[in-house]
Design a protein around this ligand. Structure first.
Ligand SMILES: [Zn+2]
Length: 146
C-alpha cells in the first residue's frame, strides 16, 4: 500500500480477522457493498445480470478511474460483511477494521466479561424487584382502578 493510499483510507489493522469472528458476526453477503469504516466499495466480478442495469459497468468504470477505492473481487461470489450499529463492516476489507474489532474484544475480554456479568446481575435484580412489586399489588376485581 502506497503512502498516498494510506492517507486516503484509514488503516485499523494489517492483520486478518479470524473465521471464528466471521462465524459469530457475519450474517450478510452482497455482490456490491461499501465499507463504512474506510469508504471503499467492494464488488464481485462476473455476471452483469446480477446487478441493476448499468451498475456493474459503472463499478468497472469507477475502478478504472479510482482503483484504490473500487475493489473488484474475482475469487468470490459475494462480499462478506457485518453490521456494527449503523455501520457496514466489510469482513475482508484492506482497512482491517474487522481484525481491529476482534483484537479489541480479545484484549478487553476480562473487562467485557466483568461488564456483562455486572449488567446481567443488575438487570436480574431489577426484574426481581419488579416481580415482587407486582405480586404485592391487590387482586384486581375487574371494576376499574382502585
Ligand atoms: Zn474498509
Amino acid at each position: 500500500m502506497t503512502d498516498e493510499v494510506q492517507e486516503r483510507f484509514p488503516q485499523f489493522s494489517s492483520e486478518k480477522p479470524s473465521e471464528e469472528l466471521y462465524l459469530a458476526f457475519c450474517h450478510s453477503a452482497s455482490i456490491a457493498i461499501d465499507c463504512d469504516m474506510c469508504g471503499r466499495t467492494h464488488f464481485v466480478s462476473g455476471n452483469e445480470a446480477d446487478y441493476d442495469e448499468g451498475e456493474y459497468q459503472k463499478l468497472l468504470e469507477n475502478k478504472t478511474t479510482n482503483p484504490d477505492k473500487y475493489i473488484e473481487h474475482n475469487d468470490v461470489d459475494s462480499i462478506r460483511w457485518f453490521r456494527l450499529g449503523d455501520d457496514q463492516i466489510v469482513f475482508d476489507c484492506p482497512c482491517g477494521f474487522a481484525a481491529y474489532f476482534e483484537n479489541i474484544m480479545i484484549n478487553y475480554r476480562n473487562s467485557i466479561i466483568k461488564y456483562l456479568k455486572a449488567k446481567s446481575d443488575a438487570n436480574l435484580a431489577n426484574a426481581k424487584d419488579f416481580a415482587k412489586k407486582i405480586t404485592e399489588l391487590p387482586e384486581y376485581d375487574g371494576q376499574g382502578t382502585s
